[in-house]
Design a protein around this ligand. Sequence first.
Ligand SMILES: [Zn+2]
Length: 327
Amino acid sequence: MSLSGGTYGRPAATDGASRGLADGLFMCCDCGAELEEFACCTACGRSFALRDGRPALFPEQPRDAVWRIPVAAFDPGAIPKDRAYRYPERSGQEASGVYHLDRAHEDVLNGLPKGSLVLEIGCGGGQMRKWVKDRGLDYLGTDVSVERVHDWLAQHGGPDILCDAHALPIRSNSVDAVYAVAVWEHLAFPQLAAQEVRRVLKPGGYFLGSASFLEPWHDESYYHMTPNGTHMTLQLAGLDVLFIWPEVNWPGFRAMLVMGNKATRPVAWLGRLMNRFYLFPKQMQFFLGNRRWPGLDDLHTVRSTMAGAIAWIARKSAPAHGSEASA
Ligand SMILES: [Zn+2]
């Protein structure tokens, strides 16, 4: 099945990079030509080093990022809250599940045809690899280095290749799903990276992600994202927003204590308590007004206001055959 790859042989951890190379998945991040080997680009002569046993496909040349922004996109009234800001059918992380994996993302991945390619950006320890491959899907894990990961996750093999999310060395229209969880707050130009996601996705492909909102500043994070910021980031990248929801078991009160320091961590239960205090009057208000206890969607905005992290599912439009309606 797997092919041993190019000049450097297979990366230390996996064969994902080698298979991608054989499939023509990679491109030179400087000139855009298809990469036939990891050692260098035959088109522009650019050579690439190995770092920690993996191809390090970072651009060297500066490039212009041209951005055409529809002014109307900045009208907050244009964000359809009732359509975009809602919980998927299932959401939340299972305590026994893969680190960070949300049920809603799981459901999308489970629905992909066998052999679909899942590109993970910011894969950390590569803990998703086994889960994805066990479902008959192909997996390519990327990160900026092998070091930005909890020690206890390092056993999973790490990234297949190293690259920059703002300049993915991946050919356009080649990926079935991009998965990037707890990553987007770490990007210096989140909208630019979202455009890269759209570029590499096949039409109809999914972007599954999440980002910090009220979590503390951590691991050199740049931009923590509100629900509106999330929507705008996805929309400006030309993606269709299907769902944006606050991670329900991760209220900001708790996130701040868990991620605070050694003194705050043991009292993280206080965060749950404060969240209950915060929700209760809103729940009662809803109950009195509607004669039923609110479901998740009913208090979406209330939970979003204090969420530790925001998750999303977006999609690259499938090509419309003659009409906009089928998009
Ligand atoms: Zn090149």
